[in-house]
Design a binder for this molecule. Structure first.
Ligand code: GYE
Length: 340
C-alpha cells in the first residue's frame, strides 16, 4: 500500500468522487484539461469503488451504505464510479484506479465472467481487490476477499417457503405453473437465486417452470417481460422475481391485464431483497413474500479495509446475515425497523 502518496489524479470524464471536498471542477485552462490533481491527506486509505449502477432500490441502499462508511472522518478517501450497468465501464474504472495508484480497489462485478485480465493488472500493480456484493469467476489469488450474499441459499429458502405455502393451501398435489423473472444473466445474484430455487423445483414433479426471462433487476424490464409472459400463458400460478424491483414491475403488468396477485389473488409473487417498498407491496396485498438480501455492506467493508491496512488477515468469504418476510407477519411494525 502506498501510504506516502499525496496526490491522486481524478479523470473527470469518467470518474465521480464523493466524500472529497478537495476535488475541484475540471479546469479549462489546465494544460491537461482531462486530468485533475487532488491532494489527499496521506493518513487516509484511498479506495476506488466500481459500482454496478443504480438499477434497483437495493443498489441505491448499497451505494449509500458504502459512501456513508468510507468517509474521510472514518479514515477513507473514496473514489466512486457508477458503471451504469456496463461491464466495459467497470473495466475502465478499475484501470483508472490502477493508474491513480489507489490503496484498494472495491469491485461489485456486474457479471461473474470476463475479469481475468483486469484483475491480473491490479495484482501486477500490487493493488488488493475486494469483491463486494457479486463475485467474479477468476482465480482466487486475483482478489483478497469477497463480501457478499448467499444467493443460492436465498433461492432455496424461497423454494421451501413456496412448498409450505402450497401445502397449507392444500395445493401440494396440484400442477403449479410458474415463470421466473431473472436478474442480469451471469450475475452472482441471478445465478445463485436461479440455482437455489431450481434445487427445490426438482423435488416437485408437479411444479412446472414454464419459462424464465431476463428482467435485468429493473422495474421497467420486469414489467415488460411480465407483460410478455401474461400474453403467452394464461395459467401462471407463481412468479419468481429475482429482486423486488422486478416484482413491482410484475405487479404493474398483472393489474392492467385484469389478473390478480398476492395472497388473495390468483398469482403468487415471490421476490428477493426486502426493501421498504416491498413491505408496502406486501401490506397492499400485491406480493406474497420477499427474501432478504442485506445491502448495508458499508460498516463491514470499512472493517475489512482497516484490518487489511493494519496488516491483518480477513476471511476469504464473508456473508451478510439474512432472513425473509411474508404477509403472515406483522409487516407494519417490522417495516418501521427497516433501514432500507
Ligand atoms: O438483489 C438486486 C440488485 O447483486 C444482490 O443486485 C445484488 C442484487 C440485488 O440489483 O436488487
Amino acid at each position: 500500500m502506498n501510504r506516502l502518496k499525496k496526490f491522486i489524479y481524478i479523470l473527470p470524464a469518467a470518474m465521480l468522487c464523493t466524500g472529497c471536498t478537495a476535488v475541484e471542477a475540471p479546469s479549462t485552462e489546465s494544460a491537461a484539461p482531462h486530468h485533475e490533481e487532488v491532494q489527499v491527506d496521506e493518513s487516509l486509505i484511498v479506495v476506488g469503488f466500481s459500482q454496478v449502477g443504480a438499477e434497483s432500490d437495493w443498489r441505491n441502499a448499497h451505494t449509500e451504505s458504502i459512501k456513508a462508511a468510507l468517509t474521510p472522518e472514518n479514515g477513507f478517501y473514496l473514489i466512486f464510479e457508477d458503471a451504469q450497468q456496463k461491464q466495459e465501464n467497470q473495466t475502465k474504472a478499475v484501470r483508472n484506479f490502477i493508474l491513480q495508484e489507489v490503496d484498494y480497489i472495491v469491485l461489485s462485478p456486474i457479471v461473474e465472467s470476463g475479469w481475468d485480465a483486469v484483475l491480473q493488472e491490479a495484482k501486477d500493480a500490487g493493488i488488493p481487490v475486494i469483491l463486494d456484493d457479486r463475485l467474479a469467476d477468476v482465480d482466487e489469488d486475483l482478489y483478497t476477499c469477497w463480501l457478499g450474499t448467499n444467493a443460492e441459499r436465498e433461492g432455496e429458502m424461497a423454494g421451501h417457503w413456496l412448498e409450505e405455502y402450497l401445502e397449507d393451501a392444500g395445493r401440494d398435489q396440484e400442477t403449479i405453473h410458474m415463470v421466473t423473472l431473472q436478474g442480469t444473466l451471469g450475475a452472482t445474484a441471478q445465478i445463485g437465486r436461479t440455482n437455489g430455487f431450481s434445487k427445490v423445483l426438482k423435488e416437485h414433479k408437479n411444479w412446472e417452470m414454464m419459462e424464465m426471462m431476463e428482467g435485468d433487476f429493473t422495474q421497467a424490464k420486469g414489467q415488460e417481460v411480465m407483460e410478455e409472459l401474461l400474453d403467452k400463458y394464461e395459467d401462471i400460478d407463481v412468479v419468481i422475481c429475482e429482486n423486488d424491483n422486478m416484482a413491482f414491475g410484475a405487479v404493474d403488468a398483472i393489474k392492467p391485464a385484469e389478473r390478480t396477485c398476492g395472497p388473495e389473488g390468483e398469482i403468487t409473487i415471490i421476490s428477493f431483497d426486502a426493501v421498504q417498498a416491498a413491505f408496502d407491496a406486501m401490506i397492499a396485498g400485491d406480493i406474497n413474500a420477499t427474501f432478504e438480501c442485506n445491502p448495508l455492506h458499508g460498516p463491514k467493508l470499512a472493517e475489512i479495509l482497516k484490518t487489511l491496512a493494519e496488516g491483518g488477515e480477513v476471511d476469504k468469504i464473508s456473508y451478510m446475515e439474512e432472513t425473509y418476510f411474508d404477509t403472515t407477519m406483522d409487516l407494519e411494525s417490522i417495516r418501521e425497523t427497516r433501514a432500507y
